[in-house]
Design a binder for this molecule. Structure first.
Ligand code: BEZ
Length: 389
């Protein structure tokens, strides 16, 4: 080798090293778009999800997959009419690397459409819209929470096993309420029960009086309801104030009493609900999560905080596998698909449509806690109807 060719190969090696370093530096901060409700009936849910997400990032020293995190927040107001504009601002104007959101199923469906079209990674930390991990499922869309079908189906099975023969349902009229009722009806009627009538109020309306009067007159064996956040507080209080809780048990997915017991007080005592999280799990994993959350935010976590925390865990798993390069979509997805996610709720895996396969707990309200009674359905997977992936 002549001195000239030696110099040339040294220069080439240097240039390659520079390009590699530059590539790493160019990754820069990871832009996370947090699209959540920070106002309205679901405001507290949005805050709990953000808190949970940030707790996990803090535990990782402020970095995921070696990249610092920059947050860009949008208040989606739980308004489906504004959802497409809001999500497109994050994707096209802010150029986010990943979107974490949201709570409301109608908003989440608009987000899933935009994520599917743009290829931006979306992690849904609450909204249960069956379609998101059904017909809209995609390699870049994940959920850290539940499908509307999951806790509802479990509650239907529980109600039938308790010997209830007839039920009426009362929910908000939008995807979450409709799908929750469909899941309950499937589980309940399979066990020999019959849903007599499905009542609804528009979201986020909280005028229940006329419908409670109708339920009192019909005297079903049980009532099943989907409400959450501020609406759940009002509904559970109104149900008790009408005296219905004395004779007609009120069942629901755990959103009816999660993060709401302080405000519901006496009216919620003894209620049975089903959910993928509960108080009193008393596992080392959950105890540590609760203590850390309490230390950081000076309050106890709820299911929404857990889902936010697990959204960050899932993002970390994907980023660690791709050395922080979220554009490596197939490797990013494969890592999450084969992971066992070490959640405070209990470890879970991803189903083929990217929805958690998880235990659904039966819980009973005691004081300010949704105390675990037992596992109502073990390892429940969403049927993922219509998902082709
Ligand atoms: C939903 O819209 O999917 C939803 C909202 C609040 C709690 C649970 C589900």
């Amino acid at each position: 080798m002549t001195p000239r060719t030696t110099a040339r190969s040294t220069l080439t090696a240097l240039a390659l090293a520079c390009i590699a370093t530059l590539g790493h530096a160019q990754q820069g901060k990871l832009k996370v778009g947090l699209m959540l409700p920070f106002s309205g009936t679901y405001a507290a849910l949005g805050t709990a999800i953000e808190n949970g997400f940030k707790l996990h990032v803090e535990e990782q020293g402020g970095k995921l997959g070696g990249r610092e995190i920059e947050y860009i927040k949008v208040d989606d107001e739980s308004d489906p009419a504004k959802a497409t504009d809001n999500v497109n601002k994050l994707i096209k104007r802010d150029n986010v690397d990943v979107i974490v959101g949201t709570v409301h199923s109608g908003v989440a469906m608009a987000m899933a459409k935009a994520a599917k079209e743009s290829g931006t990674v979306l992690i849904v930390p609450n909204a249960g819209a069956d379609a998101v991990t059904g017909p809209m499922c995609a390699q870049n869309i994940f959920r850290s929470s539940f499908s509307n079908w999951q806790p509802a189906y479990a509650m239907g099975e529980v109600a039938a096993k308790q010997g209830k023969k007839t039920a009426m349902t009362l929910t908000w009229k939008y995807a979450a309420g409709d799908e929750s009722v469909a899941g309950f009806k499937e589980g309940f009627e399979k066990g020999g029960g019959k849903v007599l009538k499905q009542l609804t109020v528009p979201f986020p309306n909280v005028e229940f009086q006329a419908l409670l009067t109708e339920i009192a007159a019909a005297k079903p064996d049980a009532v099943y309801s989907f409400f959450a956040g501020g609406g759940a507080v009002k509904f559970v209080k109104d149900y008790a104030a009408a005296g219905l809780n004395k004779n007609i048990p009120l069942y629901g997915p755990g959103f009816l009493t999660d993060g709401t017991l302080e405000a519901q007080g006496e009216s919620a005592q003894g209620m049975l609900t089903t959910l993928h999280y509960a108080d009193g799990l008393n596992t080392p994993r959950d105890n540590k999560f609760r203590a850390d959350y309490d230390k950081m935010f000076k309050m106890q976590p709820d299911v929404y905080a857990v889902q936010g925390y697990d959204a960050a865990q899932m993002l970390a798993i994907g980023l660690n596998a791709t050395k922080g390069d979220i554009t490596k979509k197939a490797d990013f997805a494969a890592a999450i698909e084969k992971a066992k996610i070490d959640s405070p709720r209990g470890a879970f895996t991803m189903g083929k449509s990217h929805n958690p396969v998880q235990d659904i707990y039966l819980r009973k309200v005691e004081g300010k806690e949704n105390k675990v009674v037992n596992v109502a359905v073990k390892g429940l997977a969403d049927p993922a109807r219509g998902c082709k992936m």
